[in-house]
Design a protein around this ligand. Structure first.
Ligand code: DAT
Ligand code: MG
Length: 148
């Protein structure tokens, strides 16, 4: 079982797409391990997007992520990292295929609704950035033997 960090970024909250996107992860069969509604600070945004420091869009990206509240979640399941990335679609909403979150709901590159960890290693680091261990909950979904 893998865990991954999924963020519903400020555009998803402002556009009232939180329920729509959470629903897709539920229907996929993933298990929710953590969820909170946070105003991301500049410090957290800098750590979260440290890999993009120095790129031309970095400052704008930090402003975007701190521009309003974010829903931070940890989803768990078989191949959760790769499965989430394929559910999200390509970074550029205009190029993301239909059927994906970005392909169905986004047109922009920056305002692309959702963040998902891109590797198991980064998932571990990002989960630790956004969640205390005590904020993650383990339980058995009643249908786990059907979706696993
Ligand atoms: P992803 O979110 O698909 O993992 P990424 O890690 O390459 O994409 O970039 C992080 C975010 O930065 C991305 O969701 C949107 C923004 N971004 C990436 N490339 C960009 C670009 N060329 N211009 C503006 N924003 C960009
Ligand atoms: Mg990324």
């Amino acid at each position: 079982m893998q865990q991954t960090l999924i963020l519903l970024k400020p555009d998803a909250v402002q556009r009232r797409l939180v329920g729509e996107i959470v629903s897709r992860f539920e229907r996929k069969g993933m298990r929710l391990a953590g969820l909170k509604f946070v105003q991301c600070t500049k410090e957290l945004a800098e750590k979260h997007y440290a890999v993009h420091k120095g790129k031309p869009f970095y400052d704008s990206l930090l402003s975007f992520l701190t521009s309003g509240p974010t829903v931070a979640m940890v989803w768990e399941g078989r191949e959760a990292v790769a499965a989430s990335r394929s559910m999200m679609g390509l970074t550029d909403g205009a190029k993301a295929p239909p059927g994906t979150i970005r392909g169905d709901l986004a047109l922009s590159v920056q305002n692309n609704l959702v963040h998902g960890s891109d590797s198991v290693e980064n998932a571990t680091l990002e989960i630790a950035l956004w969640f205390q261990p005590s904020e993650l909950v383990k339980f058995d979904n009643v249908d786990s033997k059907w979706v696993g």
